[in-house]
Each structure stands twice: as C-alpha cells, then as structure tokens.
Write a protein that binds this ligand. Structure first.
Ligand code: ATP
Ligand code: MG
Length: 332
C-alpha cells in the first residue's frame, strides 16, 4: 500500500461500521467529530482528494472492468447535494451517473422494491452515486408503514419479519454486485438534531434558500427518534465486509466532504484500476498506422509534428546542462 493509501485508510477507519457490530447512533458516533482538523487544512485536503479521484476515475474508465456504487443517505438538510457537488467536482462527468430517489412512481410501485435501483446501477468503468438509495426501503418505509401498503406486496411478504428479510435481501444483492465487479460503498451523513434545526432556519431566513425548504421537512423532523432507531438498526444489519457503511460526521459540511472523498478514494485505490496494456498485435497496428500517417505529411511539415515538438521541448528544458534554455517570453 502506498503512503497516501495508508493515510486515507487510517483517516476513515473510525467512521467505518464494523460488520456485525451493534450500532446506537447517539452513543457511538459524534456528528461534530473533525479528527482534530481545522477548516483551512480541510479545504486543502479536499483539493488533494478531488485530484486523486479524478486520476483514479480515469483509470477506472480505461480499465472498463469494475464499477463503483456510492450510496448516500442522510436526514433532510444533511448535506447530500453539496457533498456530491464538491466531491465530484474534479471528475469527468462522462464517467459519473448521479440518481436521486424520491417517492416512488406508480410504475415503480408495480415492481419489486429493488427494481428502480437496479436500473440505475453503474456500468463497468463508471461511478454511480445514489442520492438516497435502496436503503429508503428500510428507513422511510419503516418509519411510515403506509409506504409499505402502497407497495402492493403479497401477504406473506409484509409480515413482521419484513425488515429482517429486507436486510438480508439487500446484503445478498450487494454481495452479488460485488462478486461481479461492482464495488458498493455506503455513506451516512450523520447530522445532529440541533444542526438540522439551524439549517432549516437558514433556509427559511434566506430568500434564495427558500426553495430548498418544504413544510414536509419539519413534519419529518418530528419523527427524529424513530429515524435514529431505524438508521441504527439498518447500520448494524447491513454493514458487511463486502459493502461497509461509513458514518460521516455531518455537522461541519467541509469535514463531511473530505470524509466522503476519502471513502470514495479508498474504494478506488482498493480496486487499483490500471490502464490496459497494449498487446503485441495492437502495438504493431499502432506502428503501421503511424507509418501511414507520416507518409501523408505535406511537404515542409515534419513527418510526426507531435514527436518533433516533444523532442524540442525536452531539448529546451531537460538534457542540456549548462546550456541556457531558449526563452520565448523571458525578460533576460
Ligand atoms: P432535497 O435536498 O432537495 O430536499 P431530497 O432527497 O430530500 O432532496 P425530496 O424531493 O425533498 O428530495 O424528498 C424525497 C422524498 O422521497 C424524501 O422524503 C424520501 O423520504 C422520499 N422517498 C425516497 N424513497 C422513498 C421510498 N422508497 N418510499 C417512500 N418515500 C421515499
Ligand atoms: Mg427534502
């Protein structure tokens, strides 16, 4: 493992939910934890993280073997949108697919509950982000059981054991994905009740934030304790060796963003995607193509202008010890 990889692994370790452990959110995870970092240091770290993600995403796409699914869960005002915006700010948009899951449509309710999520999975070489995810099926659906009624399940599938069964089904599904080259990683942005209150008030006080606020958010807040319980149980039951949960402290947005970037970077470094190696045959094709293109050079042009330019640049900056480089815009 490289130094960077080891440092990232150490940094995120306290956030990982150990498979099989029993989580109680309020007791086990502090929404204000910041690993002793100051905001200024954090901003610098995020910049490094974003650059790292860009590099790894390019390699992931080039290798075209693995895909990555990042699931983001949070209570309202937890900062999912801003986290996605900042963490993914450096990567090529063509390699990323973001899906937001809202109240299911009639068509979606006419299928099994994982159907709509399966349709938005990453392809090989791609990073998919779920803004809310299949975990809503054991969170909002559990806190508001009328959602379960709308799912039109046969009687046997909506008995008392429904949550235990869903945990198992979700774990199996994620294992199946992992076994087939799709890494699943899950982030819960853990916000305190007081910080949620402050963020809601900000959305009410600032006219340009009003659109982000809905009266339903305050209604959901009344179910805070039920959500904390549902999250705690879900984290305990579905953090697995193949698809771990990370509980990210979310009261400080800048810190939540570094953590999420680090978790995604860790996942990609674990895959360690490589640019594909060119086979002997493909190499010969390249050489033949080069020869053909060189023969097409108009009179006066270099056979391979790119190679000529690179050689010239090397000459200017590199090899010639003691020989002053030729400056185009030099002052001297
Ligand atoms: P924003 O930050 O814009 O508020 P959001 O993710 O909260 O983003 P909303 O449109 O406000 O988006 O809310 C989506 C709603 O859909 C949430 O209240 C969520 O609980 C609900 N929802 C998501 N999945 C399901 C589901 N499977 N069944 C029922 N409700 C769901
Ligand atoms: Mg909302």
């Amino acid at each position: 493992m490289s130094d960077t990889a080891a440092r990232i692994a150490d940094f995120i370790e306290p956030l990982r939910v150990a498979p099989g452990s029993k989580v109680r959110l309020g007791r086990d995870f502090d929404p204000r934890y910041r690993a002793g970092l100051k905001k200024r240091e954090g901003v610098e770290l995020l910049r490094t993280g974003v650059a790292l993600l860009a590099e790894y995403q390019e390699r992931l796409a080039a290798q075209d073997t693995y895909g990555v699914l990042l699931c983001l869960q949070a209570l309202d005002a937890g900062g999912k949108d801003g986290t996605i915006r900042h963490v993914m700010s450096g990567v090529n948009p063509q390699g990323v697919k973001v899906s937001s899951f809202k109240v299911p449509s009639t068509e979606e309710l006419d299928h099994d509950y994982l159907w709509r999520y399966a349709r938005r999975l990453p392809s090989r070489g791609e990073i998919a982000i779920f803004n809310r995810s299949h975990y809503e099926e054991v969170l909002v659906v559990r806190v508001h059981p009328e959602n379960l009624v709308r799912q039109k399940l046969p009687e046997r599938a909506r008995g008392k054991d429904v949550w235990e069964r869903r945990y198992r089904e979700i774990n199996d599904w994620e294992r199946y994905l992992t076994d087939n080259g799709f890494k699943v990683v899950k982030v819960f942005l853990n916000l305190s009740k007081e910080e949620q209150r402050v963020r809601f008030l900000k959305r009410i006080d600032l006219p340009e934030k009003n659109w982000k606020f809905s009266a339903a958010d305050v209604r959901e807040r009344r179910h805070w304790d039920a959500y904390q319980r549902a999250f705690s149980e879900m984290l305990s039951a579905t953090s697995t060796p193949w698809a771990p949960w990370y509980v990210v402290p979310a009261d400080r947005k800048w810190f939540a963003r570094i953590c999420t970037a680090a978790i995604l970077a860790h996942t990609l470094m674990d895959i360690d995607p490589r640019y594909p190696e060119v086979s002997e045959e493909a190499r010969n094709d390249l050489l033949a193509a080069r020869q053909e293109l060189e023969e097409e050079a108009p009179s006066g042009a270099a056979a391979d202008p790119y190679a000529a330019r690179t050689a010239e640049a090397k000459d200017e900056h590199g090899a010639g010890h003691g020989r002053p480089a030729r400056k185009k815009h030099g002052r001297g």
